[in-house]
Design a protein around this ligand. Structure first.
Ligand SMILES: [Zn+2]
Length: 441
């Protein structure tokens, strides 16, 4: 059965065209059933503008590479309530873009330090037992588990990263987490008391296979802990720009618990964590495991029901709100252009890619600046806008700077009061449109 499309406009008709063309791309597939429950009772609840791959900031020597844009449609499953993207980009292509970025970010080590401290305090895994991390990357989290006397074991399909982690003292299997990997782990180490998976649960198109493998290796009293971006935060925080192709799933507790149960596990606790624009940390055990189910699980699901996460109308209202802000920003910037004003953007991250494409303002922006040096000297995905260090706003003196990294506007504006003092203007497009000058900042 073909997925239902949201009611049509010209934009959507155009998108259908994109969709047909993209089917020919060797890197692109579109699923037609829910990633968690496999139901075909799914509905497209809104469509963002097709976008280039959000992380693909290119070095100038690759500027000639084709500007490929892929549909970015959000689907709601009416069977289980899971919200997801059906447009799947080949992980090989997605992954190849990461060679221009870096896996480690300054906040990540501190995040995983707290994570390990909290998980060990809460679950008290036996001393010396295996801590298994799925999608372990360079082993940052496992290093913190080792600090607590656990035996680290990583699983990560990226050969180079797995080899480097192993050489650095974190044994890492360069494999996907599947039935064969589960067998290897059971044979070599026996049942696992603590298994973690972070973000891979949002990135992987075949979650069922991974959940089966995790359930297989888990000891009867073992725990599976995962952190995923949180649909409740995506909706309540209006962070539509966290939607991009690297994030296939927008998780909520109700469909997640049902999914885990189908794969022999159950949620026994859940908490909200502030990382990455809002995440949730789930704690699961084998079905019928020894831990009592925290009342927080039912409370969390009630909160999701109250926020309307499983209803189409919620997403219609949501995208209408985003589009009103888009229209306000676009009109403002077009007027600036008519007055021959120069415009820069503050921020060069994955979220900025989604925002620039959906707001269709890439063509209006002369250059971007970003605090992260790794982006300096690159070109933005799709629009190929050059990215500089923040000092560029003093050297090139743009008339207007749009703060595309709008969640950080409260930090960026005061830090650059000098730019305002020199006659500059900041514009913040979300969560409501704001303008800052030397007079009103
Ligand atoms: Zn479903």
């Amino acid at each position: 059965m073909r997925p239902k499309q949201a009611a049509g406009s010209q934009e959507r008709a155009a998108l259908q065209g994109t969709f047909v063309n993209m089917n020919k791309s060797p890197f692109y597939t579109r699923r037609t059933t829910c990633r968690l429950c496999d139901s075909a009772n799914v509905e497209c609840v809104f469509q963002l503008e097709p976008s280039a791959l959000a992380e693909a900031y290119l070095p100038p020597e690759l500027a000639h590479e084709a500007d490929e844009r892929f549909p970015l449609d959000l689907f709601l499953c009416h069977n289980c309530g899971h919200v997801q993207i059906f447009d799947v980009i080949d992980p090989v292509k997605l992954f190849s873009n990461y060679r221009y970025t870096t896996a480690s970010s300054p906040g990540l080590d501190a995040h995983f330090r707290h994570y390990a401290d909290e998980v060990v305090a809460k679950l008290a895994p036996p001393a010396g037992s295996i801590a298994l991390d799925v999608g372990s990357n360079d082993g940052t989290l496992l290093r913190h588990f080792a600090r607590h006397g656990l035996t680290p074991l990583g699983v990560d399909p990226a050969q180079d990263i797995a080899r480097q982690a192993t050489a650095a003292g974190i044994p890492t299997l360069a494999r996907f987490m599947d039935a064969d990997t589960a067998e290897i782990i059971l044979n070599q180490h026996g049942p696992v008391h603590l298994c973690t998976a972070n973000n891979v649960f949002a990135h992987n198109d075949n979650l069922g296979k991974m959940a089966d493998a995790i359930s297989t290796v888990l000891a009867p009293d073992g725990a599976f802990v995962f952190e995923v971006s949180n649909l409740l935060d995506t909706v309540e925080g209006l962070v539509f720009d966290f939607i991009y192709h690297e994030h296939l799933c927008y998780h909520s507790a109700k469909p997640m618990d049902a999914f885990l149960r189908r794969h022999g596990m159950q949620l026994f606790d859940i908490e909200r964590v502030p990382s990455k624009g809002g995440s949730m940390r789930g704690y699961a055990q084998k079905l019928g495991g020894p831990r009592p189910i925290s009342p927080r699980v039912a409370e969390y699901i009630a909160r999701e029901e109250a926020a309307g996460l499983y209803r189409t109308a919620t997403y219609e209202a949501y995208i209408n709100r985003v589009n009103r802000l888009r229209d306000q920003t676009t009109e403002y910037l077009r007027r600036c252009r008519e007055q021959k004003l120069s415009i820069a953007g503050y921020g060069a991250s994955a979220t900025v890619t989604t925002l620039l494409h959906h707001f269709r303002i890439g063509e209006l922006i002369d250059f971007l600046v970003d605090d992260n040096p790794i982006r300096h000297g690159t070109l933005s995905p799709g629009h190929r806008i050059p990215v500089y260090a923040p000092e560029a706003i003093y050297e090139k003196k743009p008339d207007v700077v749009v703060i595309l990294a709008w969640r950080f506007a409260d930090r960026i504006v005061p830090r650059h009061s000098e730019y305002l003092a020199q006659g500059g203007r900041f514009v913040v497009p979300m969560p409501e449109f704001r303008e800052y000058t030397a007079k009103n900042s």
